[in-house]
Design a protein around this ligand. Structure first.
Ligand code: NDP
Length: 449
């Protein structure tokens, strides 16, 4: 590795020794931008990399709320405003017990690159809390969201920082957050949050955008490598927002989705997943995926047991990790390759451990990297912001068409960068290089800030 890159990497490791996910995300980017950095010795003098990997601001705060038993519970809240280089801070909020500063920093860091790839004017941020919405009543969720927003409101705004959803934060939570923001600020500022309900400023296609976008990207990537999605077997981890709409679009394109999962286990249905039932269980009843067996007893339920998720043991042509970070271990990658996988599409953020990604690439498996392949959600969030500014709604077909165009453009940017540096269909590096080039130009142009 180039000396400047090595020094930056060692420095970030020394300063953040316990932030493993953040270090993993930084190392991946620094490793793949080496060919660009080599051509720009001036970056060292202006500390361009050191500035790009350090968040502009980290906000942490206390979030107390009263649960249904009358007990006061206190959680930690975070907002990492990572980069405002090319637009207002933008990125989701995650409510999950695993949330800590490292997770939010890695997500915020990835978000800068993802947002740059969309071609839209949005910076990068991420936030959330170690609060677990699972098993909570609606009233508890509302009180928690209100408390969270009571603090967050002083740091956000339509031209400042625009949060959205992520794991554990869907339309219900965004509604409570928006209501509280509006009440405190006494202003109808539609563009302050995205992923809003359709009746008060949301955009058509936002709910579907990440999952649909992933499949639009996959179709393009496969197509340009002379492979069709039609008739392919697909396994999808997760059964949340991204997984459900990736499944829907994959089915529309004639793929056969045979498995989906949640954090407890996975369903394998050789006849093809009954998506309407998954939607009923997850979106309506907020239940567990094993309830699928009540309607389809012929399906198999395999419980999670250990670090390797059982879903990656199932033979498939295309694997779409759409649940969480580091869910595809090296063991899982080996199993997938042994079983003949052709392509991996990352719907979740950083779902593959570093060694798994390397293993796929070394075995000539096509990898659609998260920063590029799951950028559809934030892209349509930016389209939601535009509609809010215009005080106008776009029809479903227009937004969906725009999403498809954006995903094809993102794929082409990854491919172009991969070709330019002779990286042989390595779209992981291609995505990092394409995004970095844009961000580096903006950073150099804006002086030392
Ligand atoms: P949801 O909360 O809607 O769904 C998450 C799904 O993943 C659930 O099925 C959940 O199972 C499962 N899951 C969560 N944590 C774990 C875990 N530790 N181990 C195994 N399974 C787990 O989230 P989203 O679908 O919105 O997000 C999924 C991924 O996609 C995340 O990585 C997110 O950052 C990324 N993403 C989301 C975008 C969006 O627009 N929503 C945009 C871009 C990326 P269970 O219910 O049992 O917890």
């Amino acid at each position: 590795m180039n000396k400047y890159l090595k020094n930056v990497l060692n420095g970030v490791k020394e300063k953040n020794p316990y932030e493993t996910e953040y270090l993993q995300a930084v190392e991946e980017v620094l490793t793949s931008i080496e060919p660009v950095v080599k051509n720009h010795p001036e970056y060292e003098r202006i500390a361009l990399l050191e500035r790009m990997i350090e968040p502009e601001r980290i906000i942490t705060f206390r979030v107390p709320y009263v649960n249904d038993k009358g007990q006061t519970v206190v959680h930690k809240g975070y907002r990492v405003q990572f980069s405002s280089l090319i637009g207002p801070y933008k990125g989701g909020l995650r409510f999950h017990p695993s949330v800590n500063q490292s997770i939010i920093k890695f997500l915020g860091f990835e978000q800068i690159f993802k947002n740059a790839l969309t071609g839209l004017p949005i910076g990068g941020a991420k936030g959330g809390s170690d609060f677990d919405p699972k098993g909570k009543s609606d009233d508890e969720i509302m009180r928690f969201c209100q408390s969270f927003m009571t603090e967050l409101q002083r740091h956000i705004g339509a031209d400042v920082d625009v949060p959205a959803g992520d794991i554990g934060v869907g339309e219900r939570e965004i509604g409570y957050l928006f209501g509280q923001y509006k009440r405190i600020k006494d202003v109808y500022e539609g563009g302050v949050l995205t992923g809003k309900g359709l009746s008060y400023g949301g955009s058509l296609v936002r709910k579907e955008a990440t999952g649909f976008g992933l499949i639009y990207f996959m179709k393009e990537m496969l197509g340009q490598n002379n492979i069709s999605l039609e008739g392919k077997t697909v396994t999808i981890s997760g059964a949340g927002n991204v997984a459900i709409y990736a499944c829907q679009k994959a089915l529309e394109y004639g793929a056969n989705v045979v498995a989906m999962s949640d954090s407890k286990g996975c369903i394998y249905d050789k006849n093809g997943i009954d998506l309407n039932l998954i939607k009923q269980i997850k979106e309506v009843e907020r239940g567990r995926i094993y309830e699928y067996l009540k309607v389809h007893p012929q399906a198999e339920y395999i419980e999670c047991n250990g670090t390797d998720s059982p879903i990656w043991e199932i033979k498939t042509d295309i694997a779409l990790p759409c649940a969480t970070q580091n869910e595809v271990t090296l063991n899982s990658a080996k199993k997938l390759v042994e079983n003949g996988v052709i392509a991996i599409g990352e719907g979740a953020n950083m779902p593959c451990v570093k060694e798994a990604t390397e293993y796929f690439l070394n075995n000539n498996i096509l990898v659609a990297p998260a920063k590029a392949a799951n950028a559809g959600g934030v892209a349509i969030s930016a389209v939601e912001m535009s509609q809010n500014s215009m005080r106008y709604y776009l029809p479903f077909e227009n937004v969906d068409k725009k999403l498809n165009e954006i995903m094809i453009n993102i794929f082409n940017s990854c491919k172009l960068a991969s070709n330019e540096y002779n990286l042989d269909n390595n779209y992981v590096a291609g995505a990092n290089i394409a995004a970095f080039t844009k961000l580096a130009n903006a950073m150099a142009a804006q002086g030392i800030v």
